[in-house]
Write a protein that binds this ligand. Structure first.
Ligand SMILES: C[S@@+](CC[C@H](N)C(=O)[O-])C[C@H]1O[C@@H](n2cnc3c(N)ncnc32)[C@H](O)[C@@H]1O
Length: 203
């Protein structure tokens, strides 16, 4: 997986490469699909949801430029795999999942595998997690049609936020908060499941 799919497609951050090497993706995939755990495509995890493809996990992790001291927010825990990778790259990870069964299962799996710095909450992530804000990095793994303003508001100065935006034609967008305001950069076209809940009522 690493050489063929991740390095070959341009991921260079050695900490990201090490985090992916050291995180057992098969532990976050349903047993019946474990033989496909290291192939470069998304896989179903139940409740109509998916675990993202490894290249996208690597790319989204890399653009957050994590050095190890950051407080990170993830919206869309899903299987817990992306949160586990982030747990190896940052100091604390706060992750929110709207489907209770997925959030509870991810919490159990993360605890069983020893990811003690990853904290899971069940709920709608649209409003973020204000008690732990501001965040040095925010990652959203479901697509809203517009960037949720409450998440932008919880981004620290110097912070990065990566998320898919759009309905059918989605773009992966990187936002940076500088002392002068928000900078926005389009990365690549992507296809994520929609962000549900409050995100669907605000456009
Ligand atoms: C592509 S999957 C996540 C993949 C996940 N990061 C992983 O590593 O397995 C997107 C997840 O976002 C969740 N989701 C959708 N809307 C949400 C919301 N408003 N708040 C929190 N989670 C949400 C979905 O239930 C789904 O589990």
């Amino acid at each position: 997986m690493m050489e063929g799919q991740i390095v070959a497609r341009g991921i260079k951050d050695t900490r990201v490469l090490a985090a992916l090497r050291d995180t057992p993706r098969h532990e976050f995939v349903p047993e019946a699909l474990r033989d496909q755990a290291y192939q470069d495509h998304p896989l179903p995890i139940g409740f109509g949801q998916t675990i993202s493809q490894p290249y996208i996990v690597a790319l989204m992790s890399e653009v957050l430029e994590l050095g190890g001291d950051e407080i990170v927010l993830e919206i869309g825990t899903g299987s817990g795999y992306q949160a586990a990778v982030l747990g190896r790259l940052a100091k604390e990870v706060y992750t929110i999942e709207i489907v209770p069964e997925l959030g509870e299962r991810a919490e159990r799996d993360l605890a069983r595998l020893g990811f003690l710095n990853v904290h899971v909450r069940v709920g709608d992530g649209y409003q973020g997690w204000p008690e732990h804000a501001p965040f040095d990095a925010i990652i959203v793994t479901a697509a809203p049609q517009q960037v949720p303003q409450p998440l932008v508001d919880q981004l620290a100065v110097g912070g990065r936020m990566v998320l898919p935006v759009g309905r059918w034609n989605q773009e992966l967008v990187l936002l940076r908060r500088t002392s002068k305001g928000i900078e926005r950069e389009k990365l690549i076209d992507v296809r994520f499941v929609p962000m549900v809940g409050e995100a669907q009522q605000t456009h």
